[in-house]
Design a protein around this ligand. Structure first.
Ligand code: PBG
Length: 308
């Protein structure tokens, strides 16, 4: 056996580590090697260091992946484990998302300080969120609420709610589950109310495209339905990506061999939103997502993608 058998690169947050360790466990099991034969290397990214402003202003999604992708390209690691949600739609030359683990729950959860449900918050209450999408969806439902920028990792955000620094926050249920913190959720919000971010709940494995050995070792971890859904969602996002200040949501579901996709764009203050839906065969996944994106681009009023 090659030593180490594989080298995984990951960010160092509790959530990122939980995901990397899950991948390590699955790989060890699939290939009957001890977990200790698979290295987990923590790589600090620019996104981890910028805490004082929204990432959309600091340069967007790539901030969580740049240094990890450099380690992949240089050959220091064999695979990178990411939250699909944090992945840019265009990857550096020579890299690709080789596998997606079976998706966790895609829904958002509300974590309230004094009330359990978003609708029960008092008039004018302050909700913390770092996500433009969630801020817009919150304000669509409750225009009276205000939202504040909320960065930091999941446990830090939960602490802020516990101390009452904000009346509540929204987090991905998937992340809470992976951290063993699902019991912190006081309300689970249906996707018809809060359509999730593209990729939410799905762990992606990135490799060098020419690294046949690693790609073959990773292959058994891939979940076909998740991969197809992600293909549609990422094609949708790619069409709209130029506008990184626009709140965007998208979710594809595979059922009985067919794919259903919903995509949504919102004004940051939630005052206006547009939704597009498609259903079709799984072979058309990318086309369905791209089509929905083109439809929204065409339907959005002039200036929509520049509104703040
Ligand atoms: N942007 C941070 C991030 N990236 C992935 C998740 C959650 C896990 C997932 O969606 O897979 C989170 C935290 C959150 O949104 O609550």
């Amino acid at each position: 056996m090659q030593s180490p058998f594989l080298r995984i690169g990951t960010r160092g947050s509790a959530l990122a580590l939980a995901q990397a360790h899950e991948v390590r466990t699955l790989l060890a099991r699939a290939h009957d090697v001890p977990e200790t034969a698979i290295d987990v290397e923590i790589i600090k990214t620019s996104g981890d260091m910028i805490q004082d402003r929204p990432l959309s202003e600091a340069g967007g999604k790539g901030l969580f992946t740049k240094e990890i992708e450099e380690a992949l390209i240089s050959g220091r690691i064999d695979l990178a484990v990411h939250s699909s949600k944090d992945m840019p739609t265009v990857l550096p030359d020579g890299l690709g998302l080789t596998a997606f683990l079976a998706r966790e729950d895609v829904r958002d959860a509300f974590i309230g300080h004094a009330v359990k449900n978003l609708v029960d918050l008092p008039q004018g209450a302050v909700v913390g969120s770092a996500s433009l999408r969630r801020q817009a969806q919150i304000r669509r439902e409750r225009p009276d609420l205000s939202t504040v920028l909320f960065r930091g990792n999941v446990p830090t955000r939960l602490d802020k709610v516990r101390r009452g620094e904000v009346a509540g926050t929204l987090l991905a249920l998937a992340g809470l589950k992976r951290l063993g913190l699902a019991a912190e959720a006081t309300e689970i919000i249906g996707t018809e109310r809060f359509l999730p971010a593209v990729g939410q709940g799905a762990i992606a494995i990135e490799t060098r495209l020419d690294d046949t050995r690693t790609r073959q070792l990773i292959a058994p971890l891939n979940d076909a339905a998740t991969e197809i859904a992600l293909r549609a969602e990422r094609a949708f996002l790619r069409v709209l990506d130029g506008s990184c200040r626009t709140p965007i949501a998208g979710l594809a579901l595979v059922r009985d061999g067919r794919l259903g996709f919903d995509g949504e764009i919102l004004r940051p203050d939630g005052s206006e939103s547009f939704k597009a839906s498609r259903t079709g065969s799984i072979a058309e996944a990318e086309t369905l997502g791209r089509d929905a994106g083109e439809e929204l681009k065409a339907r959005a009023p002039a200036g929509f993608f520049e509104s703040r």
